[in-house]
Design a binder for this molecule. Structure first.
Ligand SMILES: Cc1ncc(COP(=O)(O)O)c(C=O)c1O
Length: 421
C-alpha cells in the first residue's frame, strides 16, 4: 500500500450516465473525458463540486492540486477574494443592461495602459470570438482573403479554425487557410512568396504549444524576421495570446518575445475565470475594427468587466509572471528528479508557467498516460497530451505534495513496466 489514498469516482460516474442521456457526448469539448484524453477513464473525475485556490474538489469529495487551471482561466487562484468582491459589487449595481455599464470604459483604459502594443480594446466572451474578429479586421484592412497560421496551432472552433474533413466543416470554410512551420523562416517566406499580395494576416500563438508534441519557444530571429516580412508585404500580425496571456508578461506575450503585434487576442486569464475576452489593437486598425459588425447578447455584461479590472490590477501589482515562472521552475526540476530517481527520463518543454511533459522513448505515450493516471488517482491533476498551467495560489507545500505523489505514481508504473527506460 502506498502513502496516498486512491480516489473513487462513484458519483461522477452516476452523473455522467445521466449526462449522456440529455447532453451530446455527456460532457463535450476539452473539459469532457474524450477530448480531455482522460485515459483510462476510470482514473479521472468528471464533475467538480467546488474549487478554492490551487485546488478543486470533485463530486465524490476528492481534492486535486489542479495543474490545468480550467485550461487557463485560473491564474490568481480559484475564488480570489479581490476579484470576487469586485464582481459581487458590480453584480449588485447591474450586469446585463440595455446600455453598457460604465465599468466598460475603465476596463478598456486599464487594458490599454497594461498591454504594451494596445491603443484600443474590444470585449467579447470566448477566445474564439476575438480570434475570428481579428481575422475579420485584417481582411477588412487588407481586402485580402487568405489567413496564414502555424501547422498544429489552435485558435478556437469557428469553421475557419478547423480542418477539411472534420464534422460540419465544408471546403469553403477552410479554402483560404495557409499553414507554415514554427521557427522556420524559409518556410514562412516561401508561403508568403507563393501567395504574394493575397495574405491578410499571420495569426500565431506566442510560442508553439500544440497538443501531443513538445512545445517550442521562438528562436532568436523568428519574430524579427516575421515582423519584417509582414511589414514588407502588408500582412497583419495577430498574436493569439489567449492561452499564454498574462502568464509570460502582463504587458503581453509579444512584448515578452521582443516584437509588437498589430492585434492581440486575450481571454482565459483576463478575469480569473469570469467570462470575458478581449481584442487589443494598434491605432492604424481602429477604424477597420469599427467597420466590422460584431457583438453578442452578453458581450457587455458588466460583472466580468469589474472582475477583469481587479484581476489585471492584482496581476500587475504582484508581477505575477515572475511568481509563476519561479513556481513552475521549482516544480518542473523536482518532477525531472523524481522521474530520474525511478529510472524515467521526463522531457519538459514550453515556458515554466505553461509547460508540457512527455517521457523519452515512450513512442505511443502509453507509459506517460499510465503515470498521469496514477497521479490523478492520488489527487494531482495533470493531462497526458496538453500543456499545463501554474497559478499564483500554488504553494511550496502543494509542490512538495505533487512531487511525493509523482514519486509514488512512478513506482506504481515501474511495477508493471520493469524494462522501460
Ligand atoms: C491559443 C488559443 N486560441 C484560441 C482558443 C479558443 O478560446 P475559446 O475556447 O475561449 O473560444 C484557445 C482555447 O483553448 C487557445 O488556447
Amino acid at each position: 500500500m502506498g502513502e496516498f489514498k486512491i480516489n473513487q469516482y462513484t458519483k461522477s460516474g452516476e452523473l455522467f450516465q445521466r449526462a449522456v442521456k440529455v447532453i451530446p457526448g455527456g460532457v463535450y469539448g476539452h473539459l469532457g473525458p474524450s477530448e480531455g484524453c482522460a485515459i483510462p477513464i476510470s482514473a479521472y473525475p468528471i464533475f467538480a463540486d467546488r474549487a478554492q485556490g490551487a485546488y478543486f474538489w470533485d463530486v465524490d469529495g476528492n481534492r486535486f492540486v489542479d495543474y490545468m487551471c480550467a485550461y487557463g482561466p485560473n491564474i490568481l487562484g480559484y475564488n480570489d477574494p479581490d476579484v470576487d468582491a469586485a464582481a459581487a459589487a458590480q453584480l449588485k449595481r447591474g450586469n446585463c443592461t440595455t446600455v453598457p455599464g460604465d465599468v466598460l470604459v475603465p476596463f478598456a483604459e486599464l487594458l490599454v495602459d497594461t498591454v504594451e502594443m494596445a491603443d484600443w480594446a474590444f470585449f467579447a466572451k470566448n477566445g474564439g470570438d476575438v480570434t475570428s474578429f481579428a481575422v475579420m479586421i485584417a481582411r477588412q484592412a487588407t481586402q485580402r482573403k487568405k489567413i496564414l497560421m502555424l501547422k498544429g496551432s489552435y485558435h478556437g472552433v469557428a469553421p475557419w479554425t478547423q480542418k477539411y474533413g472534420y464534422g460540419g466543416i465544408i471546403y469553403e470554410d477552410v479554402c483560404n487557410n495557409l499553414y507554415c512551420k514554427f521557427n522556420d523562416i524559409e518556410d514562412f517566406k516561401r508561403v508568403v512568396e507563393e501567395n504574394k499580395g493575397e495574405i491578410a494576416c499571420f495569426i500565431t500563438t506566442p510560442y508553439h504549444h500544440p497538443i501531443f508534441e513538445d512545445n517550442a519557444l521562438p528562436n532568436e530571429n523568428w519574430y524579427k524576421e516575421v515582423r519584417k516580412i509582414c511589414d514588407e508585404n502588408g500582412i497583419v500580425l495577430i498574436f493569439d495570446d489567449i492561452r499564454c496571456g498574462f502568464r509570460l508578461d502582463v504587458k503581453g506575450s509579444d512584448y515578452h518575445y521582443g516584437v509588437k503585434a498589430d492585434l492581440e487576442c486575450f481571454c482565459k486569464a483576463l478575469a480569473n475565470g469570469y467570462n470575458v475576452s478581449a481584442l487589443c489593437g494598434i491605432q492604424a486598425l481602429k477604424g477597420y475594427a469599427t467597420d466590422v459588425y460584431y457583438t453578442g447578447s452578453y458581450w457587455m455584461s458588466a460583472e466580468p468587466f469589474a472582475a477583469g479590472i481587479a484581476c489585471i490590477k492584482k496581476m500587475r501589482e504582484m508581477e505575477i509572471h515572475k511568481a509563476l515562472k519561479a513556481k513552475g521552475e521549482k516544480l518542473q526540476s523536482g518532477l525531472k528528479e523524481v522521474a530520474a530517481s525511478n529510472g524515467f527520463d521526463l522531457i519538459i518543454s514550453g515556458e515554466p508557467a505553461m509547460w508540457f511533459m512527455r517521457l523519452n522513448n515512450d513512442y505511443t505515450t502509453m507509459v506517460h498516460q499510465e503515470w498521469v493516471a496514477e497521479c490523478v488517482k492520488r489527487g494531482v491533476f495533470f493531462t497526458s497530451h496538453h500543456n499545463h498551467f501554474i497559478n499564483a495560489a500554488l504553494s511550496d507545500e502543494d509542490i512538495q505534495f505533487t512531487l511525493d505523489v509523482a514519486d509514488e505514481a512512478y513506482k506504481a508504473v515501474r511495477k508493471n513496466r520493469p524494462d522501460f527506460h
